[in-house]
Design a protein around this ligand. Structure first.
Ligand SMILES: *Cc1c(COP(=O)(O)O)cnc(C)c1O
Length: 497
């Protein structure tokens, strides 16, 4: 069988193998790599019913990463999905508020980005070897909170790699910031930006396309890559979530073979929900893809109107990992809905860059009819955390609560009783102030993170994750802060070039 190849959504890069696309991250023309053809599952979902997460991961990922050998891929999976996770099944599924919560937050940093970022470093190191590249990889990442720590944890002390993370200094939670600035590993660097996530992301994109910088790096034996969710090495591991959810619900007798499910995903950069769309293309019977936004509801507006318009006020909310006005991974859906016409996709993305907006055609819009956009404002999100806690004793984080609220609204509005898998993306211990306030139990000093940890534990009985216990007393190792227009200087200084 010939390899599945990847090319840019804007037509100016590729086709290249999966391992090369993983190393490169972003395409040279600024587009994102997409497979030339979306693969389908080689075995029936029924035959996978009850399979372990790792087994499902192998079946799904080998269809996308065809230039990895069986041994290479299985080795990556074993190293990534091990006892870093605090539960044996890796991803428990619990029925909460009428939906099946897929708890994706049991990894090293208690948010779902661990799922993909635990495996990406091994993909990269394997890809370097496969392609006989003697260079060192420098991971450059902008984060709205969770990616940063998950990437740092994934790459720390992985030989042949360095990692630099930029985050909005005042746009992440205290725990998120603590997690990043205490990161160990000689190959790690963390920089706070005086700006928001979009400033950080735009800055990183500019660094990637800075030719003078690339030449300097090249001379020093270094090569940039991205650990952001635009990397196909981030996207592919996420397709596993929905395949695994389906096969697990089948094994439990919650659904019958072939029965369609809905999925509901709290969305920021559009990576996680795009993975559900790809899982559907692979053959997982998914009816509706419910896209949940917070007050930065640019995606809700897009699914309502076919117009993507980022010209609006940026809001800092209690679900900061969804505080995003440019959802990078949406470009892959756009590419798909314009009939894989790269020139058209490029035109739309150019318009986004120059005017901050684009409008897709009626035909393209019609192809998105299985997406349902919803959003929850701050008050509704808090109320949902309280309601579910009081009714069911289950404590949700703010991001998951946005999805839970949107799911409830969707059911109310449509009466659709299709069984629904809801991506539960973070532990409540990651967003303590908002969670405690929501349930009316913020009694301690709100600036004392560890007092809040104790309080949440005492009040709700939810076990304190190991990842949080570790932070207590950990020394701060990273203190860099800069303006968005000084990111290049920081990178040069960190790399010593
Ligand atoms: C990143 C993140 C999201 C958004 O996921 P995308 O793939 O960017 O859409 C939602 N919740 C949490 C907790 C996150 O960290």
């Amino acid at each position: 069988m010939s390899d599945l190849l990847y090319r840019s959504t804007r037509g100016g890069d590729g086709p290249i193998t999966a391992s090369k696309a993983i190393l490169q991250g972003l395409a040279k023309d600024g587009g994102l790599f997409v497979p030339e053809k979306l693969p389908t599952l080689p075995v029936s979902l029924k035959s996978l019913a009850g399979a372990d997460y790792r087994e499902v991961a192998y079946i799904v990922m080998k269809e996308f990463l065809t230039d990895f050998t069986e041994e290479e891929l299985k080795n990556c999976i074993e190293k990534a999905y091990d006892d870093k996770f605090d539960v044996k099944e890796l991803v428990p599924i619990k029925k909460v508020g009428g939906a099946y919560h897929l708890e994706l937050f049991h990894g090293a940093t208690i948010a779902f980005k661990d799922m993909a970022l635990s495996i990406l470093p091994y993909f990269m190191v394997t890809a370097l070897k496969k392609n006989n590249i003697g260079k060192e990889i420098v991971i450059l990442t902008a984060t709205s909170g969770d990616t940063g720590k998950a990437a740092l944890a994934g790459f720390a002390d992985v030989p042949g790699t360095k990692i630099i993370v930029f985050y909005p200094k005042d746009g992440v939670s205290k725990i998120q910031e603590l997690q990043m600035v205490t990161q160990k590993g000689d190959n790690t660097a963390v920089v706070g930006i005086r700006g928001n996530f979009d400033d950080a992301q735009t800055g990183v994109k500019e660094l990637f396309s800075d030719r003078a910088l690339t030449a300097l790096m090249d001379a020093a034996g270094l090569q940039f890559s991205s650990a952001n969710s635009i990397n196909i090495g981030r996207l592919v591991p996420q397709v596993v979530y929905y395949t695994y959810a389906y096969t697990t619900l089948l094994a439990r007798g919650e659904i019958k073979e072939g029965e369609k499910i809905n999925v509901c995903v709290p969305t920021g950069n559009f990576g996680n929900i795009l993975a559900a769309y790809y899982a559907r293309a692979m053959g997982v019977p998914i009816a509706k893809l419910i896209c949940a936004s917070n007050e930065n509801k640019v995606l809700f507006d897009f699914f309502e109107t076919g117009v993507y318009d980022k010209n609006r006020e940026f809001k800092v909310t209690s679900s900061p990992s969804m505080d995003i006005l440019v959802s990078s991974n949406l470009e892959r859906l756009i590419y798909s809905c314009v009939g894989e016409d790269a020139a058209k996709c490029k035109e739309l993305m150019d318009s986004l860059k120059s005017c901050g907006r684009y409008e897709i055609s009626k035909d393209a819009y019609a192809k998105l009819s299985d997406f349902f956009g919803g959003y929850a404002d701050e008050a509704a999100t808090a109320a949902r955390i309280k309601e579910i806690y009081e009714k069911e004793g289950y404590v949700m984080d703010t991001h998951t609560a946005v999805a839970s609220k949107v799911y409830a609204d969707y059911v109310n509005r449509t009466g659709d009783d299709t069984k629904t898998v809801l991506a539960s993306t973070a532990s409540p211990y990651k967003f303590l102030t908002a969670v405690l306030e929501s349930i009316g139990e913020l009694k301690c000093d709100p600036s004392d993170e560890f007092a809040k940890v104790e309080e949440l534990h005492k009040v709700t009985g939810v076990e304190i994750p190991g990842a949080v216990k570790e932070l207590m007393g950990a020394p701060v190792r990273h203190t860099r802060v800069c303006d968005p227009d000084k990111m290049k200087e920081e990178v040069l200084d960190i790399l010593g070039i």
